[in-house]
Write a protein that binds this ligand. Structure first.
Ligand SMILES: [Zn+2]
Length: 330
């Protein structure tokens, strides 16, 4: 299993190569445009010159550094304005010759925040992706509240008198509010219960994606993977870092509780360990499951079930209706 410090180093190193690739692209663009449009080449040259002169000026008169940098800012702004205009006229995007950043938040440095430097969420996400999952995080990028389309939900009337679409909209709104106001110390958890194909995982991923966007550390996993990790940990003493991630993350999301294989009842105790640690620390969790609550008591025992179904801390949503996949294909 991976070591977190090494993984962070690895991700920062990858960022370094993204940075240099972006700089190469920008250089190529400058050469391309400069060769075709002398006026633009001239503007780029005067921008470089302004930087150089202002830097030299600040070195000569450090007491005037602030003033110099303000003057430079103004000058650069003027040049950029002309540059944008010239680019547009030449048929390019106006930002074509601006620095390229893959992550706008940290400008590919990997760090954000002043004066306290913290790892940017792009790094945290990538680290987590390498450590815990593989495909889960890539999936997440496409499953978010923006891409949530309720027209794929049938309007079948449910036992409570609502249509499936209305019921799901209600759940979706509560989940969105939860994600928008997510508080890692609240201990508030979500439990989504219902048969497969009703959109539980999708909604869970929407919540996780939003919470990640807000800068929190989220671990998304399946009960299957969690069980495997805990088995490694218990039998081989490996995977300790992954276990720590699952315990420490601001939010832990576990998909398909109850679908994991049973290893002579050790699954239950492994899951109990994670749930217990998080529950006692007041850390939020999200679960999806096909098991009705009484079955959770049978499968996991009273201690786990009482924690994940704690009515004070956990909002339980029952998903009912027709399989969305069948509805979409019909
Ligand atoms: Zn970043």
């Amino acid at each position: 299993m991976r070591d977190r410090a090494n993984t962070v180093r690895e991700v920062l190193w990858e960022l370094e190569s993204i940075r240099s690739r972006n700089m190469d692209t920008l250089d190529a663009r400058k050469r391309e445009v400069g060769a075709k449009y002398p006026r633009i080449a001239e503007l780029m040259e005067s921008r470089t010159k302004a930087f150089r002169e202002s830097f030299a000026g600040a070195m000569r008169n450090p007491e005037k550094a602030r003033e110099t940098s303000q003057r430079l800012g103004k000058r650069i702004e003027e040049i950029n304005l002309e540059l944008r205009k010239a680019l547009t006229e030449a048929g390019y995007e106006e930002d074509y010759l601006q620095p390229i950043y893959t992550c706008q938040l940290c400008k590919d440095t990997g760090y954000v925040g002043e004066p306290i430097h913290t790892l940017c969420q792009c790094v945290q996400k990538r680290v987590m992706e390498k450590m815990v999952g593989d495909t889960d995080y890539r999936l997440l990028q496409h499953e978010n509240f923006e891409s949530y389309d309720e027209t794929i939900i049938p309007e079948t009337t449910l036992s409570n008198g609502m249509t499936q679409r209305e019921a799901q909209r209600r759940i979706r709104n509560i989940c969105k509010k939860y994600a928008d106001n997510f508080d890692p110390g609240s201990g508030e958890s979500l439990m989504m219960v219902g048969s497969s194909g009703l959109g539980k995982t999708f909604l869970m991923n929407c919540v996780c994606q939003r919470v990640i966007e807000r800068g929190y550390q989220v671990v998304v996993t399946t009960a299957f993977k969690l069980a495997e990790i805990m088995r490694d940990y218990q039998f081989n003493g490996t995977s300790a870092e992954a276990v720590r991630e699952m315990v420490d993350a601001d939010l832990l999301a576990v998909d398909d509780l109850g679908a994991e294989p049973r290893f002579r009842n050790l699954t239950g105790s492994g899951i109990l360990f994670i749930i217990n640690e998080r529950y006692n620390a007041g850390k939020p969790m999200i679960f999806t499951t096909n098991c009705p609550p009484p079955d959770l008591y049978i499968n996991y025992g009273d201690r786990v079930a009482a924690r994940i179904l704690d009515p004070v801390r956990t909002k339980i949503f029952l998903f009912e209706g027709n399989d969305l996949r069948r509805f979409r294909n019909s």
